[in-house]
Design a protein around this ligand. Structure first.
Ligand code: HEC
Length: 193
């Protein structure tokens, strides 16, 4: 379990990675238990969201085809994430990528640290801690990979129908979320606790 956890402590008290810990202070044990709990919750909630999004996408593609399903990845995502956010009383849920289709999904500085880590280490999750006025805040990140269905809207020209490609280009003139291959790192789901 410990091996899976990487907690970045911006207060620079300690960095906890691959089961190595340094400078343990009073109260850290309790916090560690809380952090492991957040990590578990983060994995569960992000898996739930991915399942929901995946099945909504599949269902829409089957029913309406790819061109009409372009909106599923945009219009339906927000209400779906909002529902899950409320259910688990999270501060926020967001999909983030460095190669964005929608610029609102671009990373901030802390997101970038998480993305660099997940990509480099090829890990599936990451917990980041921030300390503001003595209070602890957490961001859980889960990496998103490209599957074959994704290529219909995020693949190369060869993978995509002309109609889908042109519809996407019309709505997103600055689209960078193209030319992916199966297995590529697409971005992250970020949960704020
Ligand atoms: C039917 C077309 C379609 C399919 C299939 C599709 N997407 Fe998307 N995707 C979009 C659109 C459109 C957006 C822009 C959403 C918005 O405006 O927020 C998007 C945005 C995203 C984003 C947010 C980051 C960004 O670039 O704005 C992620 C992450 C993402 N898609 C991942 C995936 C993954 C993973 C799959 C496969 C499981 C997938 N998508 C399948 C159309 C699609």
């Amino acid at each position: 379990m410990k091996k899976m956890i990487v907690i970045l402590l911006l207060s620079s008290t300690y960095i906890f990675a691959s089961g190595t810990q340094r400078h343990f202070n009073p109260g850290d044990g309790e916090r560690l238990i809380k952090e492991i709990d957040i990590l578990k919750k983060g994995r569960r909630i992000s898996a739930e969201l991915m399942t929901h999004l995946g099945s909504a996408l599949k269902e829409s593609i089957k029913k309406n085809g790819f061109v009409k399903s372009v909106e599923v990845c945009s219009l339906k995502v927000l209400p779906m994430t909002e529902k899950i956010r409320k259910k688990y009383k999270l501060k926020s849920i967001k999909r983030i990528s460095t190669k964005t289709r929608n610029i609102n999904n671009a990373p901030d500085k802390l997101d970038q640290i998480a993305i660099d880590y997940l990509k480099k280490e090829k890990k599936s999750s990451y917990l980041q801690q921030q300390v503001k006025s003595g209070k602890f805040f957490y961001r859980f990140y889960r990496s998103i990979g490209i599957k074959d269905t994704c290529l219909n809207c995020h693949g190369t020209r060869k993978d995509m129908k002309i109609m889908t490609r042109s519809k996407i280009a019309k709505i997103y003139p600055n689209d960078k979320a193209l030319d992916y291959k199966i297995g590529d790192f697409r971005g992250v789901i970020r949960l704020e606790f």
